[in-house]
Ligand binder design. Structure first.
Ligand SMILES: C[S@@+](CC[C@H](N)C(=O)[O-])C[C@H]1O[C@@H](n2cnc3c(N)ncnc32)[C@H](O)[C@@H]1O
Length: 304
């Protein structure tokens, strides 16, 4: 059973991000991470005749939050297919695109989804419950080197090699299928003091791999760059350094690697103008109200 009585998700940096989209009542907008619909509802409150908003989410649970509003269309899909769905809906160009990346509170609070080490249950972690490998599939099938790489790359864990090695040894005896079994294997590697922080990193790394988050983000950022009108805004909220680097790079250079392309005169050729040079972060009051906003970073760029 899910924990239905909990709030699905409290939107993060709501006003600065929606203000950053420069909404016009008759414009066309996309929220690629609909979730609990907090940002989408704020966008819709600013739309009038001719205005439209497409809201993407790959998780079918988000459908319970669909807004009954003539200006709104829900798209149950991975945002990596942004380009295809814009074409499907006969939309050639859009005025602004918002992405509030990662998982929602609902994912962490639902004991059955396998995102949180607070609960026991299946090691799943798929945002789209209908597709792809689960975290258990990865833990039980990746070779030691691949496991170590993913913990190092996506969790920035210093003991990634040791971690991979204990997992491979344990699974030779018996498959690891639940969070409880997984914790039993890995917990002895972490001191009590840092245990929660380190476990959060392990779970983040697995979640990124399960959902192919970096690949999906890259594809969406390129599709968004192409879909935006001149003057249109790309507005992105990130929660960890890897996704933030990709977003910063595309906004500065037009590519996710951050390669500077210069013209004959030495000017950097980029499709964007930065709206905020410094990242926008939640203030103390927001962090106190909503501790999950702590790591949020908001970046806004305008298409030239
Ligand atoms: C941080 S939450 C967004 C919360 C939302 N802004 C709100 O106010 O409620 C991220 C949401 O994006 C969805 N999501 C993450 N990656 C996705 C992807 N690649 N394609 C589609 N949806 C994705 C998740 O399922 C989750 O519901």
């Amino acid at each position: 059973m899910g924990n239905e009585e909990l709030t699905y998700h409290v939107p993060v940096l709501l006003m600065p991000s929606v203000d950053g989209m420069n909404i016009r009542p008759d414009g066309t907008y996309v929220d690629v991470t609909f979730g609990g619909g907090g940002h989408s509802r704020e966008i819709l409150s600013r739309l009038g005749d001719g205005g439209q908003l497409l809201g993407f989410d790959q998780d079918e649970d988000a459908e319970q939050n669909i807004v009954d509003n003539p200006h709104f269309t829900f798209v149950r899909s991975n945002f990596r297919y942004l380009h295809n769905f814009l074409r499907y809906h006969d939309i050639e160009e859009v005025d602004s695109i918002l992405a509030d990346l990662g998982v929602s509170s609902h994912h962490f609070d639902d004991s059955e989804r396998g995102f949180s080490f607070r609960f026991d249950g299946a090691l799943d972690m798929r945002m789209n419950k209908r597709a792809g490998d689960t975290a258990a599939d990865i833990i039980n099938t990746y070779n030691e080197e691949r496991l170590a790489d993913l913990f190092y790359l996506y969790g920035e864990l210093k003991n990634s090699r040791k971690l991979a090695s204990v997992i491979v040894k344990a699974r030779a005896g018996q498959k690891i299928t639940t969070i409880g079994e997984f914790l039993e294997v890995i917990k002895p590697l972490f001191g009590r003091e840092r245990e929660k922080k380190e476990l959060a990193k392990v779970f983040q790394a697995l979640r990124i791999e399960v959902n192919q988050e970096m690949e999906a983000l890259k594809e969406m950022l390129y599709a968004a760059t192409e879909a935006l009108k001149p003057g249109g805004r790309l507005v992105v909220i990130t929660y960890h350094s890897l996704e933030d680097r990709m977003v910063k790079n595309i906004m500065r250079t037009g590519n996710v690697e951050g390669k500077m392309e210069k013209d004959f005169f030495g000017n950097v050729q980029t499709p964007f103008r930065l709206v905020n040079n410094k990242v926008i972060v939640p203030d103390d009051a927001e962090i106190e109200r909503n501790p999950r906003s702590r790591s949020a970073k908001l970046r806004i760029a305008e298409k030239k």
